[in-house]
Design a protein around this ligand. Structure first.
Ligand code: IVH
Length: 667
C-alpha cells in the first residue's frame, strides 16, 4: 500500500473504532460484534506499529493501558473546581428554593443524580483529549490522563474539532466492585470499602494497566465555560456535551419548576436508587438559567445556585430467620443474624454480626422478626432494630447457648465481661480461626491461604497446626489434584509460604494470636525486645513496665511465653527457619511522621485510608483507630466522624487534606 493509502486506512479504522466505542459505551447500543471490533483494532495496531509516522496519542489503540508514569504532575485549574453545599432534608431544599425566589430568580432547576465517585476535568484541543485532571483541592489537581484514556466512555476524539473543558464524575459500577472484591477475597487481600474509594484508588495508579482493568465509567455533568459556546441554560449545556460524544445521564436528568416537582424527583429517585447499576449518594439541584447562575454567584467554597441533597443511610427491611453462633480464635462466641437475603447499597446481605448476648437482648431481637438493616461505614451490615409492630406472636425468643457449638465444651463468661468463651484449646473452630489469623495480611501475610482454603486444608487433614503449613510442600502432589488447583497455583502458594519465613518478627508475634495483642502492639513489642528470645526471657514486670501495656496484657504475654506448648511451638518454628528477629526501624524518616501517632477520619480524595496508613507506617508513624490523649495528629478528610470533634476537644494537632497532601507529595 502507498503511504497515502495507509494513512487513509488508519484514519478510517480510527473512526470506525471510535464510533463503535461510542455506540457501545456511551449509547449502550452496540453496532459491531466483538470479533469485528477486535479485527479492526488489531489491524490498526499493526498499521500504526509499521508506520510510526502516523501514530497518534489520540488513537483508540492507546486505550488499552500500559503507559506508566513515575509521578502525578500538578495541574492548576483555570476555573476552580468547587464542590456543592450539602443539605439533608426536604426542609433544607425548601430553604434553598425560597432563597432563589427571593433573588427574583425563576425557580427552574435541573435535578441530577449525585454520582458517588470522584470528579474529573477533561480538556480537549481541536476535539482531541489532551489532558484529564482530578479535582485535588479545587485549585490544583493532578494529571491523570494516562488512566482516564483507558476509560471507554471518555471520548478521545470529539464529534466536533473544538477546544473545550468539561467536568463530570468517574465512577466504578457496583458490579465491578463486587467482582473485584470477590477476587481480592480469594487472594487474601483487604476488601475495597466502597465504590468511591475503589474508583479513587484505581485512578491513583501510576501504571495505567491497572486502571484499564478496573472498568471505570463516567457521567459528564458540568460545562465550566458555557458562554464560549453561546449556551443559555444548563439543560442546553448538557445536550451540547451529549452531542459532542460525552456520556450524559439523560435518563436521570430532569428539568423541573418549583418545589413540588423537586420533591417528586427526590421521591422517585430514592425508590429507584437501589436498582441502579451505579451508586448515587444524593441528588444535585442546579438553577437552570445560566444568567441566573451568574447573578447568584459563589461563596468562597460553593456556588450559590446549586445544592446537593444527601440521602439518609439506606435502611432495608428483611426477616431475621435465625441466630447462629461462631467461635473465634480466642474462643470468643459471636451470635450472628441469619437474614433473608436483601440488597443494601448494591450488595447482597445475608448475615450480620450481633456481637454478644447483651447486644441481642438490648435490641430485643426475636427469631422471625422483621428487622431493618443498614450498612455502617458503607460496607459492614448492621441490624438496626426489630419492627415490633410486625410481630404476630410466632417469633421465637433468643436463647444464649451454654455449650460451644463446635466442640460442646461448657462456655464461660468472665466477670464484668459481655463475651462468652469456649475454653477448649483443642476446639477445631478455634484452631481454624487461629490458622486463618496466622496467615492473614497483617500477620504472616501468606497470599493464597485465605479463609476458605484454610478451612478446606484443615478438614482434609493437611493443616491442623501452624507447623503443618510449612510441611504443605510434602503434599504437593495431593494439592495439585484438588479441584480448583493446578501446578501453577500450588507453586505460587508454596513460594508464598517460603517467602513469609523472612518476615520481621512482629508479624509472627501478631500471628500467634496472643489475646489482646494487635498488630500495632506487636510492632511496639518487637521494637523493644528485638527477637523472640527477648520475649521468652522477659519477666512479668518487664512487660508491665512498657508504656501502653497494662496488667492484663502483661499477664497474657507472660503466660503465653511461659507455657510449655507455646515454647515448643516457637522452638519448632525456629527449626523450620522462620525469622525470629525484628528486622529494624523503617529506613525512611520524616520529622512530621516518624514516631508520631496518627488517627485518620473522613475521606481523602487523593488516597484511600489504607494506603495512607501504610505510607505513614513506612515512615515510622503509628496509626490507630481512636483519638486519645496520646494521639499526636488527627488527619481530617471529607465528612469526618466524631473523631474530629474529639480531636478539637483534646486540642490535638489537626491536618486537613491540603496539609497531608502537601507532605505526601513531597515525600
Ligand atoms: S456539579 C460547580 N453534578 O459532588 C458544580 N457534581 O459535592 C460542580 N457530583 O465535587 C459540581 N454528581 O464530584 C455536580 N450531577 C452532579 C454530580 C456532582 C456527583 C460530585 C462532584 C462534586 C461533588 C459536590
Amino acid at each position: 500500500m502507498e503511504k497515502v493509502e495507509i494513512e487513509k486506512r488508519i484514519l478510517y479504522l480510527r473512526k470506525i473504532i471510535n464510533d463503535a466505542n461510542y455506540e457501545y459505551y456511551v449509547l449502550d447500543n452496540p453496532t459491531l460484534t466483538d470479533q469485528e471490533f477486535d479485527k479492526y483494532l488489531r489491524e490498526l495496531e499493526v498499521l500504526e506499529e509499521e508506520n510510526p509516522e502516523f501514530d497518534s496519542p489520540f488513537s483508540p489503540t492507546k486505550r488499552v493501558g500500559g503507559e506508566v508514569i513515575d509521578r502525578f504532575k500538578k495541574v492548576r485549574h483555570k476555573i476552580p473546581m468547587l464542590s456543592l453545599p450539602d443539605v439533608f432534608s426536604l426542609e433544607e431544599i425548601h430553604d434553598f428554593n425560597t432563597r432563589i425566589m427571593k433573588e427574583n430568580v425563576e425557580p427552574t432547576y435541573v435535578c441530577e443524580y449525585k454520582i458517588d465517585g470522584l470528579s474529573v476535568s477533561l480538556h480537549y484541543e481541536k476535539g482531541n483529549l489532551i489532558f484529564a485532571a482530578t479535582r485535588g483541592d479545587g485549585v490544583v489537581g493532578e494529571d491523570i490522563t494516562h488512566n482516564v484514556r483507558t476509560i471507554k466512555s471518555v471520548p478521545l476524539t470529539l464529534k466536533e474539532p473544538i477546544d473545550i473543558e468539561v467536568r463530570g464524575e468517574i465512577y466504578m459500577p457496583k458490579k465491578v466492585l463486587e467482582e473485584l472484591n470477590e477476587k481480592r477475597k480469594e487472594k487474601n487481600l483487604p476488601l475495597l470499602q466502597n465504590v468511591r474509594n475503589a474508583a479513587a484508588g484505581s485512578i491513583r495508579q501510576l501504571d495505567s494497566k491497572i486502571a484499564a482493568e478496573r472498568k471505570l465509567d463516567t457521567w459528564i455533568y458540568h460545562l465550566p465555560n458555557p458562554e464560549d459556546y453561546g449556551i443559555e441554560t444548563h439543560e442546553d449545556a448538557l445536550k451540547f456535551m451529549k452531542d459532542l460524544g460525552f456520556k450524559v445521564n439523560e435518563k436521570a436528568n430532569r428539568v423541573v419548576t418549583g418545589i413540588a416537582e423537586i420533591e417528586e424527583y427526590v421521591k422517585e429517585t430514592s425508590l429507584k436508587r437501589s436498582e441502579l447499576p451505579y451508586e448515587i449518594d444524593g441528588i444535585v439541584i442546579k438553577v437552570n438559567r445560566l444568567a441566573s447562575q451568574k447573578a447568584l454567584g459563589f461563596t468562597s467554597k460553593y456556588p450559590k445556585w446549586a445544592v446537593a441533597y444527601k440521602f439518609p443511610a439506606e435502611e432495608v427491611l428483611t426477616r431475621l430467620t435465625d441466630i447462629v453462633f461462631t467461635v473465634g480464635r480466642t474462643g470468643r462466641i459471636t451470635p450472628n443474624a441469619v437474614l433473608e437475603p436483601v440488597i443494601v447499597m448494591g450488595s447482597t446481605v445475608k448475615r450480620a454480626t450481633l456481637h454478644n448476648e447483651d447486644y441481642v437482648l438490648m435490641k430485643d431481637l426475636k427469631i422471625g422478626d422483621i428487622v431493618s438493616i443498614r450498612k455502617a461505614g458503607d460496607v459492614i451490615p448492621e441490624v438496626v432494630e426489630a419492627k415490633l409492630e410486625r410481630r404476630d406472636g410466632s417469633e421465637k425468643e433468643f436463647v444464649m447457648i451454654k455449650n460451644c457449638p463446635i466442640c460442646g465444651s461448657i462456655l464461660e463468661k468472665k466477670k464484668d465481661q459481655v463475651d462468652h468463651y469456649c475454653m477448649n484449646k483443642s476446639c477445631p473452630a478455634r484452631k481454624v480461626e487461629g490458622l486463618i489469623h496466622y496467615c492473614s495480611r497483617k500477620a504472616m501475610n501468606i497470599e493464597g491461604l485465605g479463609d476458605e482454603i484454610i478451612e478446606d486444608f484443615f478438614n482434609l487433614g493437611f493443616v491442623k497446626t501452624i507447623v503443618d503449613i510449612y510441611s504443605l510442600k510434602e503434599h504437593k502432589k495431593d494439592l495439585i489434584e484438588l479441584e480448583g488447583y493446578g501446578t501453577k497455583s500450588v507453586d505460587n502458594l508454596l513460594l508464598a509460604i517460603e517467602d513469609s519465613k523472612l518476615n520481621s518478627v512482629e508479624r509472627l508475634l501478631f500471628g500467634l494470636g496472643i489475646e489482646g495483642i494487635g498488630d500495632k502492639t506487636a510492632l511496639l513489642l518487637a521494637k523493644i525486645f528485638k527477637n523472640i528470645d527477648g520475649f521468652l526471657n522477659a519477666s512479668y514486670d518487664d512487660f508491665q513496665n512498657i508504656r501502653d501495656i497494662g496488667p492484663t496484657l502483661a499477664e497474657n504475654l507472660y503466660e503465653y511465653f511461659h507455657h510449655v506448648d507455646n515454647i515448643g511451638l516457637i522452638e519448632e518454628l525456629k527449626n523450620l527457619g522462620i525469622n525470629m528477629n525484628y528486622l529494624g526501624e523503617p529506613e525512611k524518616h520524616h520529622d512530621l511522621i516518624s514516631n508520631r501517632r496518627f488517627v485518620l477520619t473522613g475521606t481523602l480524595s487523593f488516597m484511600d485510608r489504607e494506603e495512607l496508613s501504610a505510607l505513614l507506617e513506612s515512615y515510622g508513624g503509628m496509626t490507630s483507630s481512636s483519638v486519645s490523649k496520646k494521639t499526636d495528629v488527627v488527619i481530617v478528610g471529607d465528612k469526618p466522624g466524631s473523631k474530629y470533634e474529639k480531636a478539637q476537644e483534646l486540642h490535638i494537632e489537626i491536618w486537613d487534606e491540603e496539609k497531608i497532601k502537601g507532605i505526601v507529595d513531597a515525600l
